[in-house]
Design a protein. Structure first.
Length: 369
């Protein structure tokens, strides 16, 4: 539902009832991920997409029906049709499990509270029950960045609500939207529930060290991908906002000192572009010991070999050195700063999603994992 948060927030403020269709499970290759939603209001206005066009008409009609009936939530399954290319289905070969429910904003304080945080840019999570006892289907609970909970209805208090809140808090910290199962194991919730937790987290960070031309192109690519980009260099003549207009911040400091003082997490990408040992070695020694997602360093293979030798002399163990992506980037034949930025960001994406980096035509199996 976060793909249409702005509109849903406006509809909630206007106390406008709507039907919400949400992808709660995906099998095989599908164009959009779990958590993506379509909403339709009582005037027939629609927003969002769950399939890139394949099944939108059928979902729209189902939303209209749910709005008219104002009854229990409904489930719908959409899969590939071999017999009729124009039949309702996913021509990409995947399968979608969709939950459609009627929502009256005045009866959904958790959703209204979370949407207010999200449109204001604050981290928040919405837990939505998508499978379990009938009276709980569609129930929501929201969690704020400070851990506070807004609940209502069937999830208001009690052991079930507490279990759902714990899962939502954990996923908000991780910055990940996913399905989880709670209960059914003697922990106070007798029947298992499947909960889809929609997470709006702060933007992941991309830390670029080295105020060079490659950093200018990489900062633009990183911002395009949704990262909060910082460019850091110890040389004030090079580290200026005028040279890096796409960076969220430009810092003049020694790289290792800045990294030791700034906040990082499991989504942070560290890109070292200085290829100067006096900057690189203390910086990489620290970066490889931090719980970040990616550490890459620019330089030739000769520079890389020398860098490894110096890091070993500094006592960096073998398992830490194995985390270093150097020379940085995928083999795209890149030469210009812009091409190199694509090469680096492609490797970051592949690493984060456990992709191979190989052409899709050369591999088998599903495209979307």
């Amino acid at each position: 539902m976060l793909n249409i948060a702005d509109t849903l927030h406006r509809w909630c403020r206007e106390a406008r009832p709507f039907a919400l269709a949400t992808v709660v499970d995906v099998t095989g290759s599908a164009p959009l991920p779990v958590g993506t939603s379509v909403a339709v209001d009582e005037d027939g206005n629609a927003v969002g997409s769950i399939s890139g066009g394949c099944v939108e008409g059928a979902v729209y009609e189902l939303c209209r029906q749910v709005l008219s009936d104002q009854g229990a939530p409904q489930r719908a399954w959409f899969g590939y049709s071999d017999d009729d290319a124009f039949a309702v289905g996913l021509t990409c070969g995947g399968e979608l499990d969709v939950l459609v429910q009627h929502l009256a904003p005045e009866a959904q304080p958790p959703l209204t509270a979370a949407l207010a945080d999200i449109v204001a840019g604050r981290p928040a999570a919405v837990a939505q029950v998508v499978a379990g006892p009938g009276e709980l289907i569609g129930s929501t609970l929201s969690v704020r960045a400070d851990g506070g909970v807004t609940s209502g209805g069937a999830l208001d208090g009690g052991p079930t609500g507490k279990l759902v809140a714990e899962e939502a808090r954990a996923l908000l910290r991780a910055g990940r939207t996913t399905r989880v199962t709670v209960g059914g194991n003697g922990d106070g919730c007798p029947e298992p529930l499947t909960v889809l937790v929609h997470v709006h987290a702060s933007r992941p960070r991309m830390l670029i060290f080295g105020a060079v031309d490659f950093a200018a192109a990489l900062s633009q690519a990183g911002r395009f991908l949704g990262y909060r980009v910082t460019v850091c260099d110890a040389r004030p003549v090079f580290a200026s906002t005028a040279r890096f207009p796409h960076a969220d911040e430009v810092v003049v400091d020694w790289p290792h000192r800045y990294l030791s003082q700034t906040a990082v997490d499991s989504r942070t990408a560290v890109c070292v572009l200085t290829h100067d040992a006096k900057f690189d070695i203390p910086l990489l020694r620290l970066a490889l010991d931090l719980p970040v997602a990616y550490v890459g360093a620019m330089g030739s293979r000769r520079t890389h070999d020398e860098r490894l030798r110096l890091l070993r002399e500094q006592g960096v163990p073998k398992d830490r050195l194995a985390r270093l992506r150097s020379p940085i980037g995928l083999d795209l034949g890149a030469r210009t700063p812009e091409e190199t930025a694509v090469s680096i960001t492609a490797e970051i994406i592949a690493h984060a999603n456990q992709g191979t980096g190989r052409p899709l035509i050369r591999i088998t199996g599903p495209i979307h994992r």
